[in-house]
Structure formats: structure tokens, C-alpha cells
Design a protein around this ligand. Sequence first.
Ligand SMILES: Cc1cc2nc3c(=O)[nH]c(=O)nc-3n(C[C@H](O)[C@H](O)[C@H](O)COP(=O)(O)OP(=O)(O)OC[C@H]3O[C@@H](n4cnc5c(N)ncnc54)[C@H](O)[C@@H]3O)c2cc1C
Length: 425
Amino acid sequence: MAWDFSTEPEFQEQLDWVADFCQHEVEPLDLVFPGAAYSRDPKAKALADPLKQQVKDRGLWALFLDRDLGGPGFGQLKLALLNEILGRYRSAPVVFGTAAPDTGNMEMLAAYGSAEQKAKWLYPLMNQEIFSAYSMTEPQGGSDPNMFKTSAVRDGDQWVITGEKWFTSAGARADIIFVMCTNGMFVVPRETPGVEIMGYPPLHNHIRYNEVRVPLDNLLGPEDGAKVLAQRRLGGGRIHHAMRTVAQVKLAFDMMCERALSRESHGKVIGEHQMVAEAIADSYAEINMLRLLVLWTAWTIDNSSTQAARTQIAACKYTMAKVLREVSYRALHIMGSLGTTNLTPLQAMWASAPTMAIADGVDEVHKVTVARNVLKSYEPHPGLWPTEYIPAKRDEARKKYARLIESDPDLAAWADAAVRATARG
Ligand SMILES: Cc1cc2nc3c(=O)[nH]c(=O)nc-3n(C[C@H](O)[C@H](O)[C@H](O)COP(=O)(O)OP(=O)(O)OC[C@H]3O[C@@H](n4cnc5c(N)ncnc54)[C@H](O)[C@@H]3O)c2cc1C
């Protein structure tokens, strides 16, 4: 019997270690030195680097990369179980070498980079010696590649890139930026003359590329291959976000349940009030539906490919935003006035739900993808009636019994009466 919801004991040991390490090492660092894990400041690095070394020693660094791409090769299912822990802690992804946007960029480099490109960018990215950003979205066209204008023109031994990008996360602090052009994916060192980082927004940057010159070798993958590379990058990124969202909603749920047992109001523990009980029951079911969808998708990727799991990944994308919105709102609400402050993680979690519905492509686009792909396995019904129109099906089924019914009038009468009784019911 292949359907199995258990975790093998050796891997459970790793998960237990990760949970303990995150709780006792990563969270305290986050609380006392917020941002230290991301910082280039030598004092902050001296605090964070030993934790990263422990992760490396444990063979858990760069978890998302397959073995042939330089990672431990856990596969997506195990990664999902790990991310269900890491996603609870702000710095855990960076302490485990799995932080976006570097992860997606590394996946592209690992899959499409030449040996020289990997040596120059992939391994330094894996070791967090450098950081990267991904410049795809354009101000006039969102993330619709058919609307993009940024392009590269070949001039001797260089590419000259001209265009404008919007919402490049961490662009201002990246060492290299992966720039999606209409005719290819290019790696642009941020310090290259012509890269103009605008003042706003501060975290997700608006960048102008003013005739930026890069060597021919900075084209990643084939010329005109940008869409394929982008799909590879975004497909992986979306499912990883969904895995970490499972962690977030479980955290909200834990907080909701603890509160439900800890407060009394109007003569009862609040968990005994029916509407609070409903919030807990709905959240329990929704979290588990999301979790199983994500695990099933991860399993599908492991057993086929990211491409084959596209419909499921798209379903994870908008479902996670919805479950995050609903569960974080309920948890915040049950926390009362405290929930409206930034003294617990709930306010930030709830505020992140609309972001989840937009980042990596708006929900509508993913819903259309799911509907379009699902409809490919259906046909319109041939005649006037839907396939499941009962009178037509019954007429068809009677043909199977035609001889019997003709030969036995009592049985025919019994069948007619039984059908009339069903119709009345
Ligand atoms: C936190 C965050 C981080 C991001 N990081 C990056 C990054 O690192 N690099 C990068 O390149 N981009 C990044 N983005 C940008 C992201 O890819 C875009 O915001 C997203 O694809 C939507 O584009 P837009 O913001 O222009 O919205 P629009 O495309 O203008 O969409 C606005 C609204 O229009 C409607 N709409 C749009 N298209 C459709 C459709 N096809 N069907 C139905 N309705 C539709 C929806 O209601 C949608 O919400 C990030 C975004 C966020 C929020």
C-alpha cells in the first residue's frame, strides 16, 4: 500500500533537530539582533555565521537544490516538511541558505549556467558571499511578459541593456541582478554604470537600466530563452512560499488555540463560545487542506517534474494566500486588542496576506491557469443534455435490461413504479 502519511525515523530526527535549533538558536538571534543573519556587518556576521556553519555540518545547507545541482538533494517532499518548521522563523531561511530571491536565481544558474557562470556566481551565492535580485516586473506591464520592453542589443563583445523594472526585491543591496529581457535572461552586476536605483520603493526597487553594458558571457541560457528560465525560477519559488505559508498558518493556529484556552469572557473560557469554536474548527480544516495540497504537489514534483506539477503549483499559490488571510485574521481577532498591535507576529502575518496574493503573479492569473489546464481533460457533451442527465442515462441503461423487461411485465411494472417513487422523493 503506497499511500503513507508517516515520516521515516531518520528524517524525523533531522526535523526534530531543525525544530530545536530554530527555537533555541535562530529565534533568540532574531529577537535580540533582528536582521543579523542578513547583515554584512562583521559583528553581526560573527553571530550568524556559526549558526550557518552548524547547518552546513549537519548537511542541511541549500536544501532546495538537488544533489546534481550542488545541494543535499532531499527532494520537494522532505523540503516541504523542513519548510513547515523554517517558515515560522524570520531568519531561518537565510540561516539554512534557502532565502528568496537567491534561491530561485540559484536554481536558474544551476540548471542553465555554464561551468564558468556557476564558478563566478552560483557557488558564491550558495556560500552567501554575494547576494542577488531578480528584475522581471515592469512598471507598465506588471508580470505579463508580452508587455515587457526591456531588451538587450548586441554590440561587439558586449550586450547593451535598456529598460525599466519595478519591484525588484532587494535590488539595492544585491551584488548581481538577473534581468529578464525580451530576448534573454542577463546577469548584471549592480555596480555596472547605467544601473540606476530609484528612491522608491525602498525594499522592492524601481530600477532603470540605461544602456547598461555587460560581457557576452552574462547571457544565461539561450538567447530568447528568458520565458523558459523564468518559469523554472518561479515554479520552484511558488511552492517554497506555499511550504513556508503552512508554517505561518500553523503558528497563527497555535496562537489562536492557546488564547482560546487562556481567556475567559461572559462566564466561559473563550474557546467554549461557539463562534470561537467555529473559527478553530474552520482553521483546522483549512490548514490541513492547504498542507495536504502542498505535500501532494511536492510529491508530484519529486515523481515527475515542476513542469508536470504546474496546475497543482498554481492551485497552491492562490490557496495559500486565501488560507493565510482567513486563519491569520481569525487568530488576530481572537487575540483581541493585542492582536491589532505589532507585539505578536499576527498583525504582520495578516498584512502579508494581500502581498501573497500578488507576489509571484496575481491570484487571478493562477486561477485562470488552473481552470484552463483542468478543462483540457474535459469535452463538451455531445447532445442537448449533460452527460449526467438522469432520464437520458436511464433510457440508455434500460437497453441493457431490454430483453428481461420485455419478457417479464411484473418486473417492468416494478421498475416503472420504483422510478416514479424516486422522482417523487
Ligand atoms: C512582495 C513582492 C515582491 C516582489 N518581488 C519581485 C521581484 O523580486 N522581482 C520582480 O520582477 N517582481 C517582483 N514582484 C512583482 C510581482 O511579480 C508583481 O507585483 C505581480 O506580478 C503583479 O504585477 P503588478 O503589481 O504590476 O499588478 P498588475 O499586473 O497591474 O495587477 C493588478 C491587478 O489587476 C488584476 N489583474 C492583472 N492581471 C490580471 C489577469 N490576467 N486576469 C485577471 N485580473 C488581472 C488583478 O486584480 C491584479 O491584482 C513582487 C511583488 C511583491 C508584492
